[in-house]
Design a binder for this molecule. Structure first.
Ligand code: M6R
Length: 619
């Protein structure tokens, strides 16, 4: 939620800030702004709407200066507007602040600052930070920021500049991410690594309650008590080209097509002579042997990956498993103890509820394991162990390749734990391992079909749009799955609703008779995942029941399935035959693409759907 950037060096700050904001726009996109120190004053431009609006304006009246901060917003306090957009200034207009997070005690602070004579212009919580810094400023910006932060309750990542200190850029964080990009004769602050990748791969991950003072050739980090802390510089493996569209119309499409290679990369890295290797897993095998239950905790798509993980872990490692959404886990009284392994799944590694759930599990004595994509993210750092998905930057708000990468890690973790628990014969595990290694090839074959000139899913999407308008906008989607593909039904529905704004619900097909079948008439399109598996016949019965009530069925079926031909299915999607356990890796691809093409038909902004942000760093 919200992306911030800061620059100090010899380049034109505007260029660096705007480019960086472009790479952070996935974090929020209802307004954007920039402030620079130029000619002994702060120059500020901020605009409601997408970053493009700000860029257009700056093309005609550019800002100079080589010290600047920028922000792309996802509104929390105050509607999206020019006034509420960041940066925010103090009364004198000498200090500019950009902020990601929430100042929870902002009302009390605002009231007392107002009494002291400060004039507020916006409805935001952030503006209190600018006025607090103003209040404490006595010629040392770093000192004033530290004093201000001591009064703030809540979460923040901030970047601050002062017109009288043109050689200083200050940053600080608490529960919102902030990295330092270390350059040569230039330094950067940013919410995420891709924002600085054009200039440097050397980064420092700031910890909670740390404040950094940057000049163009120095970096000094202190804690809030003023003690200097020594930080390690890490080298990022990501390449800047991975954060670009590379000729694709949307990041989402690029990321869907990358999935076979992502899974291949994971298997190549982790399978050594058919044995699973988790180098970064800092939990000892002897500790894993003591595990009696597994709690998987995550949000959104990562939660669906976790649900799939439960099926495999219970089946092959025979460890009881349950899956919670992080927001529920953190506020109930979860039965977690020292014999529990809590697995926190998060692409960003920064999701506020998942981070809080991790801390809750730790507090209760559980061993904690993060499955994260972003290296050095908060969850990755705070968990006892971490397994990185190394899927490369995922930019589209709708998560796709992170999901299949998480599934791949769950397969490996299952094989790994099953060897430890000895719950499945090694010969069976060897067969499964060999089957798993074939999956990237099969995924890529499937993807190649969709890359061809005639894409059946684009045709179905077009057909749906026609139907939708014919039915006076009453049409919507239901997704049904069973067993290990039930989570895919949830995921397919989530993808569709988040980018096409069409109502969609995922259900375990066996639940139809317990309520949802009442919905069936000619309106909904029902996506039935009916691949060859142990519940195939049950799914066929579901399809019959839907057809008998006039429902329109899209069947996701196994290639070459003759039996399905007798069911009068309206639209067929075929996936290659494979071991049932691994079918989720294939089934999800057409579901993602169907959502993509429906959103495209309706003309929506696929990479940046309304009301959403990629990284939900506030509750
Ligand atoms: O970064 P995380 O994996 O923790 O994010 C979790 C969810 O916010 C995320 O999966 C969200 O549901 C996606 N927009 C789904 O496409």
């Amino acid at each position: 939620m919200c992306g911030i950037i800061g620059y100090i060096g010899n380049r034109k700050a505007q260029d660096v800030v705007l480019k960086g904001l472009g790479r952070l726009e996935y974090r929020g996109y209802d307004s954007a702004g920039i402030a620079v120190v130029e000619g002994g004053k702060i120059n500020l431009v901020k605009r409601q709407g997408k970053l493009r609006i700000l860029i257009n304006e700056l093309e005609t009246s550019p800002l100079g200066g080589s010290l600047g901060v920028g922000h792309t917003r996802w509104a929390t306090h105050g509607v999206p507007s020019d006034t509420n957009a960041h940066p925010h200034l103090d009364c004198s207009g000498k200090i500019a602040v950009v902020h990601n997070g929430i100042v929870e005690n902002y009302l009390a602070l605002r009231q007392s600052l107002t009494k002291e004579g400060h004039k507020f212009l916006s409805e935001t919580d952030t503006e209190t930070i600018a006025h607090l810094i103003e209040k404490f400023y006595k010629g040392d910006l770093e000192e004033a920021v530290i004093k201000a932060l001591k009064l703030i309750k809540g979460s923040y990542a901030i970047a601050v500049i002062h017109k009288d200190e043109p050689e200083t850029l200050i940053g600080a964080r608490c529960d919102s991410p902030l990295i330092i990009g270390v350059g040569s004769n230039e330094n950067f602050l940013a919410s995420d690594v891709p924002a600085v990748l054009d200039y440097t791969k050397n980064v420092i991950y700031l910890e909670n309650h740390e404040v950094v003072k940057l000049t163009k050739d120095s970096v000094r980090v202190k804690d809030l008590s003023g003690r200097v802390t020594h930080k390690k510089i890490s080298t990022v493996k990501w390449d800047v080209s991975q954060a670009e569209k590379a000729g694709y119309p949307h990041f989402m499409l690029k990321e869907i097509y990358e999935q076979g290679d992502v899974v291949k990369g994971i298997l190549d890295e982790r399978l050594v002579k058919d044995k699973v290797v988790f180098d970064e897993l800092k939990i000892k095998e002897s500790d894993l042997k003591k595990i009696k239950k597994i709690a998987i905790v995550a949000c959104g798509t990562a939660y669906h990956a976790g649900l799939t993980g439960k099926y495999m872990l219970e089946e092959y490692a025979r460890i009881p498993c349950w899956v919670d959404t992080s927001s529920e886990f953190r506020y109930r009284n979860p039965m977690v103890d020292s014999q529990t392994l809590a697995i926190i799944v998060s692409q960003s590694g920064e999701t506020a509820d998942s981070l809080a759930a991790l801390r809750e599990a730790k507090k209760r004595g559980a061993k904690t394991l993060g499955i994260c994509n972003v290296v050095g993210s908060s969850i990755a750092r705070e968990a006892d162990g971490v397994i990185y998905t190394h899927a490369g930057p995922e930019i589209a708000v709708a998560s796709t390749k992170a999901y299949t990468a998480q599934l791949a890690i769950f397969y490996l973790l299952t094989l790994y734990l099953a060897r430890i628990t000895k719950a499945t014969p090694v010969s069976k595990l060897n067969v499964l391992t060999r089957e798993l290694t074939k999956m990237p090839i099969v995924m890529n074959e499937l993807i190649t079909q969709y890359r061809s000139d005639y894409n059946i899913l684009a045709a179905y999407a077009e057909e749906f749009k026609r139907y939708y308008f014919e039915k006076h906008n009453k049409s919507y989607f239901l997704y049904l799955g069973r067993n290990i593909n039930y989570p895919n039904a949830l995921e397919g529905a989530l993808k569709l609703k988040e980018i096409s704004y069409i109502s969609a619900e995922g259900y375990p097909a066996g639940e139809m008779k317990h309520g949802p079948i009442a919905l069936i008439d000619e309106n909904p399109w029902v996506v039935c995942i009916a691949v060859k598996c142990k519940t195939y016949d049950k799914m066929l019965s579901n399809i019959q029941e839907i057809k008998a009530r006039g429902g329109i069925v899209i069947g996701v079926v196994t290639e070459g399935d003759k039996e399905i031909q007798h069911y009068n299915i309206n639209y067929l999607i075929e996936i290659p035959r494979c071991e049932e356990l691994f079918s989720p890796l294939l089934v999800v691809i057409p579901l993602q693409l169907l959502a993509y093409y429906v959103a495209k038909e309706f003309g929506y902004d696929i990479d940046q759907p309304r009301n959403l942000a990629k990284s939900v760093t506030v509750e």
